[in-house]
Every structure is written in C-alpha cells, then in structure tokens.
Design a protein around this ligand. Structure first.
Ligand code: HEM
Ligand code: SF4
Ligand code: SF4
Length: 531
C-alpha cells in the first residue's frame, strides 16, 4: 500500500521535475531545493514582518488602521512588505508540503531518517499556528471570522480554564490586552518554528539551508511581481456586533476552517490529531530494514577524519585514540545514524585496491559490500571484456538503472552511492588495464539521493577534495553521467559515446612504457598504508 502510493507519487513528481529540469537545468530545479526554499521563504516572512511590526499598532482600534495605512498610504514599502509577508507565508506552505510529499515518495523518511520526518511533522503545526495567528492581527472581517471559529474550536478542548470565545462575544468583550497577547504569540511562534527547523536538520551534515542564488533571486522577484500585481488587502474592519457571512479565505492556511463550520469541532480535532498521529507513525508502517552500518577497523584507521568530513548524516565522529596507536583520533560510527551509503569508504585513504588483497581491510568498510569484495567484483566484471573500448561503469542506486547496460564491452557495478567508490579504484582499473575507461553514473546533479555523493565525487575527480583522483590518471578515460533513475537510455547513450572516444584513443599506455607489461596484481609501486 505504502509502496504503491510512493510509486504513484514518484511518477507524478517525475513529470514536474523533468519539466523543470528542461526549463531551469537540474542545479536550479526548485524541486531539488524544497527544504532550502522553506528556509528562504521563512527569512522573507521574517524580514517583511519586522518592517510591518515597526508601524503596527497593537490595539483593537489601531491594528486595522495601521495596516490600512501601510497598505494604501505607504504602498511602495509597507504595502509591498505586507504582500511579501502574505505571499512568502503561502509559498512556505506550498514548498513545505511538497517537501514532505517528495521525501515520502523517495522513501527518505524511514529507518534512521525517522528523526527528520517526525520533527518535520511537528513543524507543520508550528507553521500553521504562525500563519493563522497572522490573520488575526489585521483585525478585519476575515480576522473576526478566524478569531471566532478558532476560539470556539480551541474551547472544545478541556485545556483552558475560561472560554476563549467569550472574548469575541461583542465589541465590548475584546480588549487591548488580549490583542497584545495575540501579537506576542504571532511573534514568538515563528521563533519556535525557526528553532524547530534547526532541530529538524540537526542530524544532517551540511544541510542545504540556502537555495542557489539565482533560484532565491527568481523566487523573490516572483513574490515581488505578485505583490505589485495583486497587493494583499484587508476585508473591511472587524465588527463583533455583527456576524461575518461572506469572507474570502486563504486556502493555504485556512482550508480546515469551513470544516469547523460544517462538521462538529470534535470531528475536526479527531481528523487533525489522527492525521498527525498517522504521519508521526509512518516511518514504522512498515519499518525499513536498514543495511548494516559502516564498521571501523581501528588497526587500519589513522584518524585522518576524511570519513567524518564526508558523511552526509553526521554518523561518524572522531574520538581520542583508544588503542595506543600513535595517532590523535579514531573514527567511531553511530549505527543509529548511518544510512549505509558508503560515502565514508569512498573518503578513506586506506580503502584502496592497490593494497595486497590479504591486507585489504580499510579503516572503514561496509559489511554488505566490502572494499575487498568491490575489488573482486571489479576484476570479475572486467574479465570478459575485450577490445579497446572496454568500460567499467560504477553506478548508484539512486541513479540510472544499470541492469539495462549489458552490452558486450561494458561491466557494470552497483554501489549504494557513487561516492562510495574510492577514487583509487579508477586509477586501479585503468593502470592495471582492467578496462580502457571508467564511467561513474549517479543521481542528477543537485538531487543526490544520499545528499552529498555527487558533489563529493565531482570534487574528488577535480582534485578539490581528498582523497582525489591522482594526476597520473588520464582524464579522457574517465567520464560521468548524472541522471535520474528512469534515464537508463541517457546512460546507455553516454556509455556508447564514451566508448567511441576510447576507440579513438587506442589502448592505454603509461608515459615511456613499452607494452606488454605484466602487472603484478598483488603489489603496486604506490604504497597505501595506514599513516
Ligand atoms: C519549516 C519547515 C521545514 C523546513 C524549513 C525544512 C528544511 C529541511 C532542510 C533544509 C533539509 C535538508 C535538506 C538537505 O540538505 O538535503 C530537510 C530534510 C528533511 N526534511 Fe525538512 N523541512 C521542513 C519541514 C519538513 C516536513 C513537514 C517534513 C515531513 C514531515 C520534512 C521531512 C524531511 C526529511 C525526511 C528530511 C531528510 C532527508 C534526508 O535525510 O536526506 N521536513 N528539511
Ligand atoms: S555509510 Fe554513509 S551514513 Fe554511514 S557512516 Fe558512512 S558516510 Fe555516514
Ligand atoms: S583512516 Fe579512514 S576510517 Fe580512519 S579517520 Fe581516516 S577516513 Fe576515517
């Protein structure tokens, strides 16, 4: 059931994502930056809110008047700030809900990721409380409607000693003190939202909280254009001596309000509480069977910290050395945070196939696909290949499907993430002539399933991140293909083009080398050792 929903949702998302890829390119595709866009819209709401608050009067009479003055007299600044405040809040609801749905369809909410999901669900309540509170402050007809319906709805809970709705019986029952309390709530709840958002990303290393600049600028311009084309307006002053009969709603925040009118208040509480509970329990319905976590072998770990720097889920920490070896630190994996992406193995300088097979135990390794097994499967995939255009493709689970790459001359090896491949393997494949070229296939740039895998791989290939691909590796024999899981045809095309280039290059030779060479697969001229 959950899998069917995810599958259907993924298809729908893919349609939109492909269209936006075509329009903006994968790096600026807003679908790949929904969490960061949520933060961005929050900052717009905060900045515009601070401006509005300077001119806002926190009293029954002053509230409506000051907002009207901001909207009409100071339209060029206050009016625009009001509209930005309104539309950025709406945009935040849209991107947060899309973010939730997308993480669900990508199955990035179960197992060790439960924490981000559960804290995210709690953020939804804070988001709605922040937005709805804002509508009260305008003190127009809509505010009156919301005040009356919300207070009656809250009164249903046996939490408050006195009825809140009594404050809104008529124009004499509401007072300035109560109004100041509302303003205080509207300022403080978003601060809790910010605190909650920080808690939400605590277990993620280098969380992307800022969208790429062109995307942020585009979003801001779109909000500004909307603010000029359709300025946010009030709906006439509130008057508690009359009943509000017609009011236009902001459906992003107030969609549940007509239900409170139609159903009983208890029924709406039941639906919202039940929905929240269901969302909170979703990571365990059913629970994900996680792959075994990365394992550290202290006798091979020199405490260099590269695994710590590259782990996208803060699952590796460095602790003072405990085994007496002459290094300052040692790596420790927290299995409850590890998604088994293998990126730490790709980062470990001791994870190199050039070491003797018998010694090939790196500082950190994946029980399901050890470096030794990876070296063996590389050799096995390469063995049947013939010609001068032999390619080894290392692909990842989030990238294009490797199963459709069964052309003669191509050996494909699946990894949990493309960054789980230590760059020394590329050197190994080419210098040992296992193949004529290596192609790395992974998720679309900007949309790495393991968050940082594509970025780290690119940096390692370009020599900007340790461990980097050695300079001696001929770059024309290395290719990359960053594509979505459904783009197997695109990958096949890239592989065919790469093979054509390899045929033109001819067989690989090291500078000054006279083939044929008889490599000793057990020992290499390069020493890769702990320390
Ligand atoms: C104010 C609202 C929210 C903000 C500002 C926010 C922001 C973020 C950010 C910045 C990330 C890290 C993205 C990255 O660097 O890869 C993230 C991850 C995540 N968010 Fe949210 N989020 C919000 C609401 C939610 C909600 C409502 C849910 C779902 C219930 C949710 C579920 C997740 C999950 C599961 C991840 C982890 C993805 C992973 O482990 O790869 N978030 N969020
Ligand atoms: S496998 Fe991935 S999540 Fe686990 S420790 Fe290594 S880099 Fe971190
Ligand atoms: S040697 Fe490997 S396991 Fe040890 S700290 Fe460095 S990268 Fe991590």
């Amino acid at each position: 059931m959950v899998a069917t929903l995810q599958h259907a949702g993924r298809r729908v998302f893919s349609l939109f994502e492909d269209a936006f890829d075509a329009a903006f390119g994968p790096r600026l595709n807003p679908f790949y930056h929904l969490g960061a866009l949520s933060f961005f819209f929050f900052w717009v709401v905060l900045a515009s809110g601070v401006y509005l608050y300077i001119f806002f009067e926190t009293s029954i009479d002053g509230a409506y008047r000051s907002v009207e003055s901001l909207t009409h007299i100071q339209w060029y600044a206050g009016g625009i700030a009001r509209s930005l405040h309104r539309y950025a809040s709406d945009a935040m609801v849209i991107v947060v809900l899309l973010h939730l749905l997308r993480e669900f369809t990508l199955d990035r909410y179960r197992g060790v990721r439960w924490y981000a999901w559960v804290t995210g669900v709690l953020l939804l309540w804070l988001l709605y409380a922040s937005g709805i509170g804002g509508y009260w402050l305008v003190w127009d007809r809509l505010a009156q409607y919301i005040a009356v319906v919300t207070s009656e709805w809250l009164d249903w809970l046996p939490l408050f000693g006195q009825s809140i709705a009594r404050n809104f019986l008529n124009s004499t029952t509401v007072n300035d003190r109560f109004f100041s309390l509302l303003s205080f709530i509207h300022v403080s709840v978003p601060l809790f939202l910010l605190l909650g958002s920080w808690i939400h990303i605590l277990r993620i290393s280098r969380a992307r909280t800022n969208p790429p600049r062109p995307l942020a600028l585009g979003a801001l311009l779109a909000l500004a254009a909307l603010a000029l084309a359709r300025p946010a307006l009030s709906q006439g002053p509130a008057n508690l001596d009359t009943v509000v009969s017609v009011v236009s709603l902001d459906w992003f925040y107030l969609a549940a309000y007509p239900l409170i009118d139609i159903w009983s208040r208890g029924a709406v509480w039941a639906v919202l509480a039940g929905g929240t509970l269901l969302l909170l329990l979703l990571p365990w319905l059913p629970r994900r069977r996680e792959q075994p976590a990365a394992v550290v072998d202290l006798s091979n770990c020199n405490g260099c910290g590269r695994c710590f720097a590259d782990c996208p889920y803060s699952a590796v920490v460095l602790r003072p050395r405990s085994d007496g070896l002459p290094f300052e630190a040692e790596a420790v994996v927290d299995a409850s945070l590890c998604t088994a992406c293998g990126i730490c193995v790709g980062a470990c300088p001791t994870a190199t196939p050039f070491r003797r097979l018998a010694e090939l135990i790196p500082g950190i390794d994946m029980p399901r696909l050890t470096v030794r097994a990876l070296r063996n499967s590389t050799a096995a995939a390469a063995a049947p290949l013939t010609g001068t255009d032999r390619v080894i493709v290392y692909g990842c689970q989030g990238g294009p499907d490797l199963a459709r790459l069964n052309a003669a001359g191509v050996g494909a090896i699946a990894l949990p993430c493309v960054a789980a491949l230590p760059p020394s393997f590329i050197d190994f494949v080419i210098s040992r002539r296992h193949a004529d070229g290596v192609l790395l296939a992974g998720c679309k740039a900007g949309d790495c399933y393991q968050r940082l895998g594509v970025e780290w791989t690119e940096q390692r290939l370009q020599g900007r991140r340790d461990p980097y691909l050695r300079a001696r590796v001929p770059r024309e024999r290395v290719a990359t293909c960053w594509a979505g899981p459904r783009d197997a045809t695109g990958l096949a095309r890239e592989v065919a083009a790469f093979r054509a280039r390899l045929r033109e290059l001819g067989p690989y030779r090291r500078d000054g080398e006279t083939p044929p060479q008889s490599p000793n697969p057990e020992v290499d001229d390069v020493a890769y050792r702990v320390g």
